[in-house]
Write a protein that binds this ligand. Structure first.
Ligand code: GLA
Length: 732
């Protein structure tokens, strides 16, 4: 009877699983392949993801181990729904209109189209044989960058609607002897702290339920290394990152067969989604890459891909910044700012950013207690307004940028009094403040309009504004929306992020050229979904150089250096109290998008010329740092207490090398490393930059072959705490 119903349903929908044998479905980039086959029962088998396989014909006959309990082959599928033999954390779980809890997905067909010379879209269409539920798995391949993105769309024709309780973006089954997971944890001022662990039987979850500022304590980016911890230049490593700025869940489950099931996507926490007939639910994109030669290649793939596809202007060099925050906080008037601009112009800074504190009149923003939401100039503080300051900067040869936090509102603001219904809240419960602020409900189109208008209004304050720092300084507690109906409350997490992206789409359509920095109390919103609308990220409020070595290391495993704002701040550092030499602070910041965040008046007459020279040196190496290939030489996480990496121009004609001593190594130990990424046949002249006192490198000014530098290597005299060396290599 069941078979009959199945065949009947299959006939009705025009497909007969197992009747049509198809060739393997292959998802290829320049060097990678994913291979799927359709089994006799119509299931789409996930066969392979790894180095490119030119002839995939052999996959057709692939046999999987038979299960002793029911004699069926155990083959991981493309997209496991809860139902059939799947008992692990599913990629898809839904409740059908009649209350049935299971779903099975069988192949319908697949389509592919070339998007351009570098990108192809391959869609595998599946359906449930018993219910009119349709699932498309959509791959976009990036040939040159060796990146594959994956998303999923679900629709149905069940009259009363279905409830989607879990819908992942990506699923990856792996089979090896051991799996090592690299993931990130953190907190405010300590984001992107790397941890690597061997996965044991059972499951490991990395997730966020914070809704907003979702990446402050963990990040939806990870590496899985097979058969040993991830190495820089050897071994099989998978890299994944979810392009989503809200709740996410990465699940790593090692099953009884030793297979690792990686399921990645939006978090299913309190997120049951009622999907009406005819509506589509689309997941965010999962970004995948793979390397059989270590994690270094994973980073270079993702950096190349980001510059082209995940940054607003990833082909443009970013300017050197002076940001007012740590130099002035809320305590400034017009002259404080014009003095900072004068000083910034004096040492070669190219963009001045006026941070928090410039707005609010009835509730002036003179601390973080009031004013958020009231985006008009504080004329008491700045009598001639923003245009005066922006014009002043432009006259001094600087661009001008300004800070906003448009998703948030202080209870003490005109906005909070006017629109209490716009505030995220859980029914009649008190709204819990954090940094004395509440969150605006971006699932509400009226709030989306408001935020777009804030952006437009701020841009209209002066024609000279060319940069916006977009901040978001709290996460969601006690979620709920006055706008969504009672049955839609669990849509909040998804609709907030979709609302945010709608806002960004409108803003970018209208302001395509403005540079936008992504900030959320530092790195609280660091994901490829948000980054696409931005030019760079403020990875942490911690500007302490030593901590930055670690934060930037973790950030740059996935996100490129050009998008990593790194600011030289004062010593002792405001967040940690640590003292560090100006040279070390510059040498660390120059390995990202260099900026400064201090009161220039605090620099001593001896420090000023160094700062000026360092900014000039940065401009010299900027194309290498921002557009070059990253090669890591020494990890700060290694107990040796050194960190080192280099950026190499695509044509290998130039490179810049950074080395840091993170602790006192004693008088006898010294730094030694082999360089990477150079052309062995080329000769390079090495010049030490930012030199202060003793030379760091014995060969300053000399010429070496690429072969020598990569095989014999170099040694440095750095060994004290916070010693550092920067070397520029140029082809002779
Ligand atoms: C957040 C940001 C800081 C600064 C302040 C201003 O903490 O991360 O860089 O802009 O807000 O209030």
């Amino acid at each position: 009877m069941r078979t009959f119903l199945f065949l009947f349903a299959a006939l009705l929908s025009g497909i007969l699983p197992g009747v049509q044998a198809v060739e393997p479905v292959v998802v290829n980039t320049g060097s990678l392949s994913m291979v799927f086959t359709v089994a006799e029962d119509g299931k789409v088998v996930f066969n392979y993801f790894g180095d490119k396989i030119e002839d995939t014909g052999s996959f057709a006959g692939r046999k999987y181990k038979e299960q002793p309990d029911n004699g069926t082959g155990y083959a991981p599928v493309l997209y496991p729904a809860y139902g059939g033999r799947y008992f692990l954390h599913p990629a898809l779980k839904l409740t059908h209109m009649d209350g049935v809890q299971t779903t099975e997905l069988i192949y319908v067909n697949h389509t592919s189209k070339l998007l351009d010379s570098n990108r192809e879209e391959i869609v595998i269409h599946m359906k449930d044989p018993l219910y009119p539920v349709f699932v498309d798995v959509i791959f976009t391949t990036f040939r040159k960058e060796n990146v594959i993105t994956q998303s999923v769309e679900i629709t149905h024709k069940e009259k009363k609607g279905i409830v989607v309780e879990q819908i992942a973006s990506g699923y990856l089954p792996l089979h090896a002897d051991d799996y090592y997971l690299t993931h990130f944890h953190g907190t405010w001022a300590a984001e992107m702290q790397l941890v690597e662990e061997k996965l044991t039987a059972g499951s490991k979850r990395v997730e966020s339920r914070k809704g907003v500022r979702a990446t402050q304590s963990a990040n939806p980016s990870f590496l899985v290394s097979l058969n040993g911890p991830a190495q820089e230049d050897t071994g099989e490593v998978y890299g994944g990152s979810l392009a989503w700025s809200g709740n996410y869940l990465l699940s790593f489950e090692k099953d009884e067969c030793g297979i690792l099931h990686v399921v990645t996507g939006m978090n299913d926490f309190a997120s049951a989604y009622h999907l009406a007939v005819g509506k589509v639910l689309k997941t965010p994109e999962m970004v995948w890459t793979y390397s059989s030669s270590g994690q270094g290649q994973i980073s270079r793939n993702l950096h190349d891909w980001s510059r082209k596809y995940a940054l607003a202007h990833g082909d443009q060099l970013l300017p050197v910044v002076l940001n007012s925050w740590e130099g002035a906080y809320f305590n400034f008037d017009e002259q404080t700012i014009t003095d900072m601009i004068d000083a910034a112009a004096g040492f070669g800074v190219e963009l001045f950013v006026l941070d928090d504190g410039w707005f609010g009149s009835k509730y002036p923003r003179n601390s973080d207690n009031a004013g958020l939401g009231d985006w008009h100039e504080n004329r008491t503080k700045l009598p001639r307004g923003i245009d005066y300051l922006a014009s002043y900067a432009v006259n001094k040869g600087l661009q001008f940028g300004i800070w906003i936090e448009p998703e948030m509102v202080n209870p003490d603001s005109e906005l909070a009094k006017k629109h209490p219904e716009w505030i995220v809240k859980s029914g009649k419960r008190d709204i819990i403040p954090m940094r004395t602020q509440w969150i605006l409900d971006l699932s509400n189109p009226a709030v989306q309009d408001f935020v777009v208008n804030v952006f437009d209004g701020v841009m209209a304050l002066s024609p000279h504004i060319s940069y916006i720092k977009w901040d978001a300084n709290r996460h969601v507690d006690n979620f709920g929306s006055d706008y969504l109906s009672s049955s839609e409350q669990t849509h909040f997490w998804i609709e907030y992020v979709k609302g945010l992206y709608k806002v960004y789409d409108r803003i970018r359509a209208k302001h395509p050229d403005v540079l936008i920095q992504l900030c959320s109390s530092g790195g609280g919103r660091l994901d490829f979904g948000a980054l696409t609308y931005h030019d760079e990220v403020w990875p942490s409020d911690n500007t302490n150089s030593l901590d930055r070595v670690f934060i930037q290391y973790g950030t740059n495993l996935f996100f490129p250096a050009m998008a990593t704002a790194a600011h030289v701040s004062t010593s002792p550092n405001h967040q940690t109290g640590m003292l560090a030499p100006l040279k070390f602070r510059f040498d660390v910041a120059m390995s990202g998008r260099l900026g400064m965040e201090l009161q220039p008046k605090d620099l001593t007459p001896e420090e000023l010329p160094f700062a000026k020279q360092a900014v000039e040196n940065y401009k010299r190496i900027r194309p290498l740092v921002q557009l070059g290939d990253l090669f890591r030489l020494k990890s700060p996480y290694h107990e040796n207490g050194w960190a080192s990496h280099m950026y190499v121009a695509k044509d290998q004609k130039e490179a810049v090398f950074f080395a840091y001593s993170l602790k006192y190594h004693g008088r006898t130990a010294f730094f030694e490393t082999k360089l990477k990424g150079l052309d062995p046949a080329k000769k390079y002249r090495i010049q030490e930059l930012n030199r202060m006192g003793w030379p760091g490198f014995y060969g300053d000014g000399q010429v070496f072959t690429g072969e020598y530098l990569m095989k014999a290597g170099i040694s440095l005299t750095i060994g004290n705490s916070f010693d550092s060396t920067v070397l520029l290599l140029t082809e002779e």
